[in-house]
Design a protein around this ligand. Structure first.
Ligand code: KG4
Ligand code: ZN
Length: 357
């Protein structure tokens, strides 16, 4: 099963060609990603209208590059997948409409992929991770703990009440005058900082449910920064280190709760899986390793280029769905909001069949 995947939900224009073999393993033939970081940097965040226009300008070339790098012609692919949401609607429309046009002209099945599902299934592309596993998805727009029980079978165990973790990193960076995207910059600054200098809160610590709340942490950091302004380089490094340490401890505590919920409801997970841009953070990866070890499982953390937004994850999710005989009609609508557990609700009838697991 060879699938072309298209990703345009945020600020990366991406396309890839991926194969899913009958035994469930996968192979990436091409994975082309063009980041719009430079277009948005001056604004300190993604500007939706700029993003949509930038996708329109480059998407056809990115797809052509993915096809030529893979050395495949359209005759040889089995389907076209595009992220149909959730995300910035202008960009989603660009990617989904392009996929529909290719599917129509080349007479191939279309798969409208949920972007979060694609993050959730990446561990199966890279590591053939069997179900059920516990997913920690942490990106600029999402912070979720999810029980992944099968393709299309997701149970959300926890989420954030306010900011996503990546968003908290980005806002911290902006506040401290660091560049965008903030995560990598904060991580770099934190290396030279004193993580014990500022006493920042660890919101939600000790709660039974696996939810997050990060806006209070962000406010506490701003108050500390204002107290000592103007900030020296060392102040910035210490604030970053203290912030990152608070996040690491929050992740440890919240995921412990999530894994406990998982075990109670579904038994032992086959793995703890990390996904989303924040999973590129080394301090967070370290704590995830520790957690996995603690509960006697393994950490599956795909390489960072597959943790951040890319086309291979969309192609792979499309291939997983096509392998189960699932495709979409050409009139399917793009969705700005599309919770992961809604997929399961819509396709409940398929669950429980052997093929679906
Ligand atoms: O998954 P992603 O590429 O895009 C979506 O948001 O869907 O994630 C981007 C987010 C940004 O908020 C960025 O600051 C964060 O991931 N990020 C990091 C690191 N690298 C990227 N956060 C913390 N540490 C990092 N090393
Ligand atoms: Zn994403």
């Amino acid at each position: 099963m060879i699938v072309l995947g298209i990703e345009t939900t945020c600020d990366e224009t991406a396309a890839a060609v991926v194969e899913r073999f009958e035994d469930g393993s996968g192979r990436i033939f091409s994975n082309v990603v063009l980041s719009q970081v430079n277009e948005h940097a001056a604004f300190g965040g993604v500007v939706p209208e700029i993003a949509a226009r930038a996708h329109v300008e480059v998407l056809d070339r990115i797809i052509a590059k993915a096809m030529s790098e893979a050395q495949y012609t359209y005759d040889r692919i089995d389907g076209v997948a595009a992220a149909a949401g959730p995300g910035l609607i202008g960009g989603v429309i660009v990617g989904l409409t392009t996929a529909k046009a290719i599917a129509l002209v080349r007479n191939k099945p279309l798969v409208a992929v949920n972007h979060l599902e694609a993050h959730a299934l990446t561990a199966r592309l890279t590591d053939a991770t069997p179900f059920p596993y516990c997913l920690f998805l942490a990106s600029g727009g999402h912070t979720q703990v999810v029980a992944v029980r099968g393709v299309g079978d997701y149970v959300r165990l926890g989420t954030t009440h306010d900011d996503a973790i990546g968003e908290a990193f980005d806002k911290t960076a902006k506040l401290l005058g660091l560049g965008y995207p903030g995560g990598p910059q904060v991580e770099k600054e934190a290396e030279n900082g004193d993580a014990t200098r500022f006493a920042l809160p660890r919101p939600m610590q000790g709660r039974k449910e696996a939810d997050f709340s990060l806006s209070g942490l962000k406010t506490a950091l701003r108050l500390e920064a204002e107290k000592i302004a103007p900030l020296s380089d060392q102040d910035v490094a210490d604030l970053c280190a203290s912030f990152q340490q608070a996040i690491v401890e929050v992740v440890l505590d919240r995921l412990r709760a999530g894994l406990r919920l998982f075990r109670d409801r579904f038994g032992a997970p086959t793995a703890l899986v990390a996904a989303g841009g924040v999973a590129a953070n080394q301090a967070i990866r370290k704590v995830l390793h520790r957690l996995a070890f603690e509960i006697g499982t393994v950490l599956v953390a795909p390489p960072s280029e597959l943790c951040t937004d890319n086309g291979a994850m969309i192609a792979w999710a499309g291939a997983e769905r096509l392998a189960l005989g699932i495709s979409d009609s050409l009139d399917i609508a793009p969705r700005a909001r599309w919770p992961l557990d809604e997929i399961a609700a819509a396709e409940g009838a398929l669950q429980g069949t052997a093929a679906y697991k």
